[in-house]
Write a protein that binds this ligand. Structure first.
Ligand code: PAF
Length: 285
């Protein structure tokens, strides 16, 4: 496994791989990331991973300084899963003095996470575009857990004709159903138990959908009922949304929906989602 931290070294290494899969990350890797790396390697023969905690996707009030980091452990894990190339740029390499260009994806960035995290998706879209230009992968893997991020990146790749196939891989969960996330480490023992209300809430929507409920309001109510029963949960939103635009749905049609939510448990903000109906086949094909 080669580890490079300058764009020049990355470019020199890139030529050695006729086909290259790519998994962009902010490090502190968990099984969700490693699953993406394995899938990319299996399909493309070679895989690159970037580790970069991107400052432009954190609001001033957010957890950039306390975002967990452990590069040695990350490199060990990547080596174990057969990663070929790791890019660990410095903030200066990504945002040199005078950097003044940003990518703005409209529409799909507005609701949900976009509404509570202004500038977040512009930061994600900008860094992902830069990383694509630097790594020049044939295909890139993203985890379904960040559903809106997946929708934004797919929109951006289509709109800008980026020559990179975007692959979304199913969320990896702990045995009790909690979606894997680098932020789970912040949860105290009682908060970790309370955090299960996210998947319970999503499964309530899924069960209602499977029982043919198609009203967006009633599906959202089924989700809220679960969250209200958990005293430690402070929900930011629950959503039953269009699988492409992420606009809230009055009625779910044959295209299915993205059921998603953001909930604060103590000081930690968690997100999760499930894909309902056709949306599942379409997103994860
Ligand atoms: O999902 C993440 O970890 C980040 O948003 C990404 C895609 C690596 C961009 O910084």
């Amino acid at each position: 496994m080669r580890v490079v931290s300058t764009v020049a070294d990355l470019r020199a290494a890139r030529g050695d791989y006729p086909r290259l899969g790519f998994v962009p990350t902010m490090g502190f890797l968990h099984e969700g990331h490693l699953t993406l790396v394995r899938a990319a390697k299996a399909r493309m023969g070679a895989v690159a991973c970037s580790i970069f905690v991107n400052p432009t996707q954190f609001a001033p009030s957010e957890d950039l300084a306390r975002y967990p980091r452990d590069l040695d452990r990350d490199l060990r894990l990547l080596e174990e899963v057969g990663c070929d190339l790791v890019f660990t740029p410095t903030p200066e390499a990504i945002y040199p003095d005078g950097f003044s260009t940003r990518i703005e994806v409209e529409g799909v960035t507005a609701p949900l996470e976009g509404a509570v995290r202004p500038g977040h998706f512009s930061g994600v879209a900008t860094v992902v575009t830069k990383l694509f230009n630097m790594v020049q992968p044939d295909a890139a893997w993203f985890g379904q857990k960040d559903a809106q991020q997946c929708a934004v990146i797919r929109r951006m790749a289509r709109d800008l004709n980026l020559p990179v196939e975007i692959v979304v891989a199913e969320t990896v969960r702990e045995p009790d159903g909690l979606a894997m996330s680098s932020r789970n480490i912040y949860l105290a023992a009682d908060e970790r138990v309370a955090a299960l209300c996210l998947i319970r809430s999503l499964r309530a929507a899924e069960a209602a959908f499977d029982a043919r409920e198609r009203s967006g309001d009633r599906l959202r109510l089924a989700m809220k009922a679960v969250l209200i029963a958990e005293p430690m949960a402070r929900p930011d939103y629950v959503s039953i949304a269009d699988p492409d635009t992420l606009a809230e749905l009055d009625m779910v049609d044959d295209r299915g929906a993205v059921a998603s939510l953001a909930v604060r448990i103590g000081k930690t903000r968690l997100i999760d989602n499930l894909l309902l109906g056709e949306a599942r086949q379409k997103w994860l094909r």
